[in-house]
Design a binder for this molecule. Structure first.
Ligand code: GLN
Length: 483
């Protein structure tokens, strides 16, 4: 039963082959048995899950239908969940129980999805390896000595190991697409504003966006359908109609113009990954797509711009964790300043502290113009590059990451080498565009992802292309040995 996709689960539940309660019990037992190897969950909510599963079964017995009704999922532990710990994988929030559900959580619960728990992540979503969690590193089910990617690494490892069919993630600079690539999943970052950020603990507010991680594009369509839509509680949510993603998966790719940017294949890309990406291009050509070489000339500036803007916004967002109203508070503070200082020094891990320092520096008087303002200008140039490219092509294709999953600990002494792994993903966040990563093959037994980018609000196009590709390839069906 654990091999079933969301689409297959929906059919099985509709045909009464099994109940949501049976399925939920099977997966909870599998998590209890296998997750100690992976560390993909921070909190399991078994009782709540069984309650939701029974409620979904009752709704189906009453004639209700719906692709998510009774479907098991899990949430990255930065979505606020009423009465359930929301830790952001930080000591700072180890004791925090949110007094409300995030919009994404509430919407999926209303659609009848069954939440099994909260998944591990990089602390405050800062990272590309899921090594910075207060609750310990997450392991990649394809090789337990390697990272699963981050920051949505717990969601990715759990889905890749068939502990559940799909999970939510968030992507500020690649945190859905990159772990999807490194664990052989399909992951989608929607257009900025497509999914509500209300109740999602903020890392960098102008970049953060929630989306689905699943094994197939078909399943990403189902989960995204349950997440997307205008939310008046989020002032950056966009009031744009949400199409029926599942209904649009079968469009023909005949004549689809795919842009392949030269800058995505420059130095630093593992040549074995380059070859797999070229193979996926050939596959799409067979399906009728037309390939056009394009250029994104300002891409080289993306990492420096991102690593100014994201920490700047983070330093502001994380100022609310001061030991006063919620979260960690130090013992016996001497005075208010001591309370702030020690609560924050004890509550935040080293990577979070590094980002706060970088961000506060970049925003400080005298440096604002030199760093933050420059970075914002680069952001505009990158957006313009994409707009020019999308005048000529329908989607843009390239690798998701320059390298396969690295060994746990390999980049600990050199944070910048980890930042460089984000080179292909962060441009979509800077421009606010939707992006998808899907399985494209293996290097040394480790999965490789191919990335597709589309114009604003064209998530449906990404899912359509990915689904057609997956009908003609079988990379996404491979499962890691031992899981
Ligand atoms: N790796 C990037 C960072 O550390 C992206 C993280 C994310 O998308 N949440 O900021």
């Amino acid at each position: 039963m654990h091999q079933l996709t969301l689409a297959e689960i929906a059919r099985g539940l509709a045909d009464k082959k099994f109940s949501s309660e049976e399925l939920t019990k099977t997966l909870l037992a599998r998590i209890a048995q296998l997750d100690p190897q992976l560390n993909s969950f921070i909190t399991l909510t078994e009782d709540l899950a069984l309650e939701q599963a029974r409620a979904a079964d009752a709704r189906r017995a009453n004639g209700e239908t719906g692709a998510l009704l009774g479907a098991p999922i899990a949430h990255k532990d930065l979505f606020c969940t009423l009465g359930v710990r929301t830790s952001c994988a930080s000591k700072m929030l180890d004791n925090f129980k949110a007094p409300y559900d995030a919009t994404v959580v509430a919407k999926l619960a209303a659609a009848g999805a069954v939440s099994l728990g909260k998944t591990n992540m990089d602390e405050f979503a800062m990272g590309s390896a899921n090594e910075s969690s207060y609750y310990g590193a997450v392991k990649n089910p394809w090789n337990l000595e390697h990272v699963p990617g981050g920051s949505s690494g717990g969601s990715a490892a759990a889905v890749a190991a068939r502990l559940l069919p799909a999970a939510t993630g968030t992507d500020t600079g690649g945190s859905i697409r990159q772990p999807a690539a490194l664990t052989n999943l399909t992951g989608l970052k929607p257009t900025y504003g497509r999914v509500s950020r209300w109740g999602m603990i903020a890392y960098a507010s102008s970049l953060d966006q929630a989306g689905p991680l699943a094994r197939t594009a078909e399943d990403c369509a189902i989960l995204l359908q349950g997440m997307a839509g205008f939310d008046p509680q989020d002032s950056t949510s966009i009031d744009e109609p949400v199409p029926d993603f599942s209904a649009n998966l079968n469009g023909s790719l005949q004549g689809l113009r795919i842009g392949v940017p030269a800058e995505f294949f420059s130095e630093g890309l593992d040549p074995r990954i380059a070859e797999l990406i070229h193979n996926s291009v050939k596959e799409l050509e067979k399906l009728g797509a037309v390939i056009k070489p394009i250029s994104l000339p300002n891409m080289q500036h993306a990492i420096p711009a991102y690593y100014v803007i994201a920490p700047a916004e983070a330093s502001s967002n994380l100022s609310r964790f001061d030991g006063v109203r919620f979260g960690h508070r130090c013992e016996n503070p001497k005075d208010l300043t001591d309370l702030y200082k020690r609560s924050r020094a004890e509550g935040f891990g080293p990577e979070v502290q590094r980002r706060i320092l970088v961000g506060a520096y970049a925003l400080s008087a005298g440096y604002y113009d030199a760093y933050y303002l420059q970075a914002q200008k680069i952001r505009r140039l990158i957006k313009n590059d994409f707009m020019t490219a999308f005048n000529e092509v329908d989607i843009i294709l390239g690798p998701t990451t320059p390298n396969p999953a690295w060994k746990i600990g390999a980049k600990n002494s050199d944070p910048v080498s980890a930042y460089l792994e984000d080179v292909y993903t962060i441009t979509a966040n800077l421009a606010g565009l939707p992006g998808l990563s899907m399985p494209a093959g293996f290097v040394d037994g480790l999965p490789v992802g191919v990335q597709l980018l589309a114009p604003y609000f064209q998530e449906g196009r990404l899912l359509n292309v990915a689904h057609q590709y997956q009908l003609h390839t079988d990379w996404h069906t491979r499962s890691p040995a031992g899981f």
